[in-house]
Design a protein around this ligand. Structure first.
Ligand SMILES: [Zn+2]
Ligand SMILES: [Zn+2]
Length: 448
């Protein structure tokens, strides 16, 4: 029997995805209604696992606490292409689909990615398609892309349950990407204007700070002079951080921002326990290091001003995103065929969206592509961020990614081998772990 052509394989993939549209969108919407933040995505992972089991796809669960990894085996040996979907939600109280108790909400659209993952699994499970592929597809549902709940994660780190605090970071550390040659995923966005899909651009690197001010409790009315006000220490630090802004270089997309997770214990007692989670972002290593140094200075300044103690934990955040040019090109061609040439935006490599993703970390080890899909409205990470068009946000990107896999692994995986041959990894896994684990540090400072 003659091998089917690539065009025939792609037509089969598209038919399979279209036939199961309701299932694919249904999974995304079920996840939307039951949001769980990073490293606690237990029910979300169960939903994904059930769907993979229904398709007869062997997979492991509980990787990096909640992650899933399954394989689709092609008809011949060849490279492994990983397709990723992020499991985690944010916390945005007030979002229409927020969990009333925890404030967890899919205000970044990761639920759409799990629908995509199912769509890709369905499209590529077609036996005739699989038989024509040389290599494997690793289907990975990955935990904890949003770098939030830092105190909780640092607790897991100290208990030895995590070694790095982002989901893909931890999967890298655990060696789960050692058998993967290249990786791809697609993120929904509300900022594509009139386009349907976008590819290219970069993201910020960052480090994460956990700041704990220790003051001395005393009667806030009767004898405040006997106390040391940790809230005032934090307030001085926040003002000092604002004073850094004019020193942050244009063009490097620096961001110093954070939240207060504890502001004291009882209003009648001088606050003695005040905590911040902070973020220092920048488009280059130098910009991140510059912001990191200044942030430490500011946190210490607060402690100095009131005579409090401060403990500053610095954690390894993400690295800037690097899209592989060949993967971008293959994705772009498929995207243009699906939605029309004028509907695919191509961002220049240096266009920095300001946020951060651990797909940046993975892109330092292997070729990756991290395109964007339309179909959402509102402000990303805001109360009004909603996927309104599930065809644009889930079905179309699932098709584009599945067709990209076909191009990579059909014809004895010639394109995939070209991607591997043309890629110079920025870091080895060993070098990556040395870099990221080396950024984790804890320092104490006592204001005198
Ligand atoms: Zn996000
Ligand atoms: Zn996201």
């Amino acid at each position: 029997m003659a091998q089917p052509s690539i065009a025939e394989l792609k037509a089969r993939v598209l038919r399979a995805i279209d036939a199961r549209r309701e299932d694919i969108v249904g999974l995304a919407q079920a996840v939307l209604r039951d949001p769980e933040p990073g490293f606690t995505e237990v029910r979300t992972a169960q939903r994904v696992s059930r769907k993979l089991a229904e398709l007869g796809i062997p997979h492991r669960t509980g990787i990096a606490l909640t992650g899933i990894k399954g394989y689709l085996q092609g008809g011949a040996p060849g490279p492994t292409v990983a397709v990723l979907g992020e499991l985690d939600s944010l916390r945005v109280p007030g979002h229409p689909f927020a969990d009333q108790e925890t404030g967890a909400a899919h205000a970044c659209g990761h639920h759409a990615q799990l629908g995509m993952l199912l769509g890709i699994a369905i499209g590529l499970s077609d036996p005739e398609v699989l038989a024509a592929l040389s290599g494997r597809v690793a289907l990975m549902a990955v935990p904890a892309e949003e770098f939030i709940d830092v105190e909780f994660r640092y607790g897991l780190y100290r208990e030895g349950k995590l070694g790095l605090l982002g989901g893909k970071q931890e999967l890298i550390r655990l060696g789960e990407f050692d058998d993967v040659d290249m990786a791809m995923m697609c993120h929904t966005t509300s900022s594509l204007a009139d386009k349907k899909l976008a590819v290219g651009g970069t993201s910020n690197g960052h480090v994460v700070k956990l700041v704990h001010y220790q003051g001395r409790a005393a009667h806030a009315g009767g004898a405040p002079w006997q106390g040391v006000n940790a809230l005032n220490a934090a307030m001085v630090a926040l003002n000092a951080l604002q004073a850094q802004r004019e020193t942050l270089r244009d063009g490097e997309h620096p961001r110093l921002h954070g939240i207060m997770t504890r502001g004291g214990s009882a209003v009648s007692s001088v606050p003695a326990d005040v905590r911040l989670e902070w973020r220092v972002r920048g488009g280059t290593t130098e910009a991140v290091e510059d912001g990191d140094r200044k942030a430490d200075r500011c946190f210490k300044a607060g402690a100095l001003a009131v005579g409090a103690g401060v403990r500053i934990v610095t954690l390894a955040g993400y690295l800037p995103l690097r899209n592989d040019p060949v993967l971008m090109q293959v994705f772009r061609q498929n995207a243009e065929r699906l939605v029309g040439k004028g509907q695919v935006a191509v961002h220049p490599a240096g266009q920095n969206a300001g946020g951060s993703t651990d797909m940046g970390d993975l892109g330092h080890l292997m070729p990756v592509v991290h395109p964007y899909a339309a179909g959402a409205t509102g402000t990303g990470h805001g109360v009004d961020y909603l996927v309104h068009d599930y065809d644009a946000a889930v079905v179309t990107p699932a098709k584009a990614l599945a067709l990209t896999v076909v191009d990579l692994l059909a014809d004895v995986a010639g394109r995939a081998r070209e991607v591997v041959a043309g890629h110079q990894p920025a870091l080895t896994r060993k070098g990556y772990l040395a870099l990221q684990q080396g950024r984790i540090r804890e320092q104490g400072y006592q204001g005198e």
